[in-house]
Design a protein around this ligand. Structure first.
Ligand code: 5GP
Length: 212
């Protein structure tokens, strides 16, 4: 039987680039998987059912909740999102390390049921940088910039609940910011694989054979 995989939760404020970071990790490291969540929100242009999300009706989501099919689920921005237990079980049993890209409520639920879950929080480098990026887009009003900065402030205040912090530098400051952040996430995954707890069975067998 393969060694069981490990669970990694990645969260961060909207627009900080966490999806791009996760996509880069998956492209470079096929030994890591991503869980596809269920959501009641409508697909955005270009999103594919079963790839971006499993897009489900409210009634179907209710049914999945009743069936206790979710590993975790939460209300986020007027919609519901959830990770299927079956996906987590299948990937971890197959020995694959699995990333959940979910919000802080989901992360806390995952950590509460499994103390080996690793939480990774992606932050913008600074308030000034975030503000400059929002202004640079030229599409935001002063009011919407203020609302977004408040939201980011609220979200970053929850980063203390996580084990690791990734700072996604602006590409104008660091042209390889995306690749650097992705490699930092993979370094955390590698470190967890090499942790004593992940290697106890191997060490026990090695020491038993050496002492035979
Ligand atoms: P979006 O609708 O922009 O794709 O995602 C909105 C938010 O929902 C993001 O913060 C994302 O991380 C979170 N999210 C996506 N899937 C899940 C999930 O399965 N569970 C939880 N708790 N949050 C999720």
């Amino acid at each position: 039987m393969p060694e069981r995989g490990r669970l990694f939760v990645i969260s961060g404020p909207a627009g900080v680039g966490k999806s791009e970071i996760v996509k880069t990790v998956l492209k470079r490291h096929p030994d890591v998987s991503l869980s596809v969540s269920c959501t009641t929100r409508a697909p955005r242009p270009g999103e594919v059912d079963g790839v971006s999300y499993h897009f489900v009706s409210d009634a179907r989501f209710d049914e999945l909740v009743r069936q206790d099919a979710f590993y975790e689920w939460a209300h986020v921005h007027q919609n519901r999102y959830g990770t299927l237990k079956e996906v987590v079980r299948a990937e971890l049993d197959a020995g694959r390390d699995l990333i959940l890209e979910i919000d802080v409520q989901g992360c806390l639920q995952a950590m509460a049921q499994d103390d080996t879950v690793t939480g990774i929080f992606v932050c913008p480098p600074s308030r000034e940088n975030l503000e400059a990026r929002l202004r640079h887009r030229g599409t935001e009003t002063e009011e919407s910039i203020r609302v977004r900065l408040n939201n980011v402030a609220r979200e970053c205040a929850t980063a203390y609940k996580y084990h690791y912090i990734i700072i996604h530098q602006d590409w104008s400051v660091e042209p390889n910011a995306l690749e650097i952040a992705a490699e930092q996430v993979y370094a955390i995954i590698t470190a967890r694989r090499r942790a004593l707890e992940s290697n106890r069975t191997f060490l026990d067998e090695l020491n038993r054979s050496l002492n035979a």
